[in-house]
Design a protein around this ligand. Structure first.
Ligand SMILES: [Zn+2]
Length: 316
């Protein structure tokens, strides 16, 4: 067994869930031969209640707030980073021996949200491995981790499940239009499930998709006004996917994100030149960067939407 494991792969495919299950199976007193925790012993019960004394989950406060349903409470916004204090607080845990005489496990997720100070603090712990202390790092951006941390981890790359597996899983979760939901989430099933929970936002995004299908009637200013309530990066992201499909429909006759709109995308894209599409895509790329801290979401939307209309301006 290594002292640290890095689970990496696309966002929303179940890496944390896998890491948690692995941790639970190491702590379970009756793990099955296939490594599945029994879910009945004391250790499993503590683990599932989040009270196992030999396990620590380290994640940004913003994630904890979402899990506790407190992200909309007033006051200071919870941090999106794993702070150095969070890593330092681990020292009492990592210096003790295990309560149950087995492993002590720390799961850090998403590992790339550690800032320089917290990453260095973690590195110190990783450099002095102690017996039966085991770290699980979960990341969808491992390239943002310190090379010195990476070199101390055994990396395991998790593949995105196939479209068939993803769709049938979403169907079992009673998601409407599982094919579309999966494609919109970049084929990550858990992300698709999460996005479908954002009902207000997903309704707005669906209405945006309905509008951009008829570019000549697309009322850029009115839609920009309406959408300023939802997260700008979602709007830009949706546009990027739509434009990716327009370009793909034009060049290859196939689409990725909107499979049920293939015919329409082929028809729409036949009216625009590849050059125009490329230019619009680079505009969207810049917009995506700004969309996380927009000065004025409505103005940003207006500019994207008007450029989109402009693509079709010379056509009928
Ligand atoms: Zn168990």
């Amino acid at each position: 067994m290594p002292h640290a494991l890095l689970i990496k792969g696309a966002k929303g495919i179940g890496k944390v869930e896998l890491g948690l299950m692995f941790a639970q199976s190491l702590l379970c007193s009756a793990t099955s031969e296939t490594g599945i925790p029994c879910c009945q012993c004391d250790a499993c019960r503590w683990f599932e209640q989040g009270t196992h004394p030999d396990f620590r989950l380290v994640q940004p406060d913003s994630l904890t707030a979402v899990e506790d349903g407190k992200e909309k409470e007033g006051g200071k916004k919870p941090s999106r980073e794993i702070s150095v204090e969070q890593i330092r607080e681990l020292s009492t845990f990592t210096n003790l021996s295990a309560h149950q005489g087995g492993y002590r496990i720390v799961l850090v997720h998403p590992a790339e949200t550690m800032n320089t100070n917290s990453a260095n603090a973690l590195l110190k712990t990783l450099e002095e491995p102690s017996d039966r202390l085991f770290f699980i790092l979960v990341s969808h951006r491992p390239q943002h981790l310190l090379a010195t941390i990476l070199s101390r981890c055994l990396s395991v790359a998790i593949k995105t499940p196939s479209i068939e597996v993803g769709t049938s899983w979403l169907k079992a979760q009673k998601i409407k239009n599982p094919d579309n939901a999966l494609a919109l989430a970049g084929f990550a099933p858990l992300l698709a499930l999460q996005q479908s929970d954002l009902s207000e936002e997903s309704e707005e995004i669906n209405s945006l998709i309905a509008e951009i299908q008829i570019p000549h009637k697309f009322n850029a200013l009115a839609v920009a006004e309406r959408l300023q309530r939802i997260a700008p990066n979602l709007v830009v992201h949706c546009f990027q996917q739509w434009c990716y499909d327009l370009a793909s429909a034009k060049l290859t006759g196939r689409v990725r994100y909107f499979p049920d709109k293939l015919d329409l995308l082929v028809k729409l894209s036949s009216d625009i030149s590849s050059m125009q599409l490329l230019r619009f895509q680079s505009e969207l790329k810049i917009a995506k960067r700004e969309s996380f801290h927009p000065l004025n979401a409505r103005l940003q939307f207006e500019s994207i939407f008007l450029s989109y209309r402009q693509l079709f301006a010379s056509t009928k």
